[in-house]
Ligand binder design. Sequence first.
Ligand code: NDP
Length: 450
Amino acid sequence: MPLRVVNPATEEQIAEVERAGVDETDAAVAAARAACPAWRAVTPSDRGRLLRRLATLVEEHGEELARIESRNVGKPIAGARAEVGMVADVFHFYAGAVDKKHGETIPVAGGVDMTFREPLGVVGLIVPWNFPLNIASWKLGPALACGNTVVLKPAELTPLSALRLAELARDAGIPDGVINVLVGKGSVVGQRLVEHPDVAKIGFTGSTEVGRSVMKGAAQTIKRVTLELGGKSANVVFADADLERAAAAAPYAVFDNAGQDCCARSRILVEKSAYDRFAQLLIDATRNVKVGDPDDERTEMGPLISRQHRETVASFVDTSPLFQGEAPNSTGFWFPCTLVEATNDDRVAREEVFGPVAALIPFADEADAIRIANDTPYGLSGSIWTENGARALRVARALETGVLSINSNSSVRVATPFGGFKQSGFGRELGMHALDGYSEVKNIFYATEH
Ligand code: NDP
């Protein structure tokens, strides 16, 4: 049955797409495999040039891509534009990185020892619906730069931007078979990619539960995996912070993308002596978040992705909230910005809500803040707000997370490594670090003595 693609802001069908099954997946893997030798033989500067051309085409089609993403995910248009801008920057970055990941020479007896970074072969990329094009580019950029060919599976809910990107890649001159996009169910297409003997690696972003099954399935063929999974990140606000700045920024750290963000700082930890004042400032700031029509340039938060997901999010608000904002009361999967008071043992503080619900949790002192922040199976992101520089670094080193920001909530940049500790996954995306996950080190010894 063809797939109905829906706009979550209006519940209207915006496209119908054919679904791939196992046979189509096998054909895509075969096409990617056949394209491998020629793609790996493209000179580094030419590979860089092709990626640069793709980056330029993404820029030239930026408005079109942003509109597609906004309609398919329900993202506010201003945010969608910024995301597409990042996609272009990612391809620019990896265009420049192709010839900058060098091997080594290592002093040994009797000859010369050198290392090369070799491509893995065919790579399966499985991405979610929350940042469809962004997360696809974080994987495509380094995978292609390293000389791999790819099969990309977008989430069924949001396949449209990946399909358009594949067309742009063809227009950029990237040869047929190098990028293959397959729309289909995770349990069918995704699962087949995970198990396929000719797929060398899976780059996965999504839930911890599916991440676990990817890891299990990959074990059969000792496939490499990079897993970028869920999070339950803490935004730690000390009493000596600039409370006005921290409170003004906090809503956007959890309500951006309607909270459907693995980096969402959905636990807001506040030192007891500043709790009441911060809570009032946070309520005032949350009241100002503009929720509504994604086409409106001023909108800051749109709907959730689906009806089913809205039910899941609503199930986390089982007590009277500290504050709940406004949201449209019409068609669309709307849910208002919600602040609840909690302890770290409550479900809302333990599980990833993936919606616009933030839990305020008081702490006694620095040691207590570190204990609470680390008391979670996740370890993706987080923030620390304090005017005491030594404390900021002490706490940053003590937190068990892969990405942190001090006096800021922004931690995703094209040039810097991104990824999790603990059950938030492993492997790093973005920056030069991502190239390690899409290449294999080969060591060669060349005897020079007879
Ligand atoms: P999933 O983990 O279910 O989906 C992510 C991707 O994996 C999708 O492309 C999906 O395909 C695919 N997939 C599903 N099952 C399998 C499988 N057995 N083998 C291989 N691939 C598979 O995330 P959801 O979209 O269902 O979101 C659920 C929760 O995941 C969220 O509430 C959130 O907690 C977390 N999440 C985290 C994200 C992050 O950025 N870290 C992003 C998205 C979700 P398809 O959906 O097309 O069937």
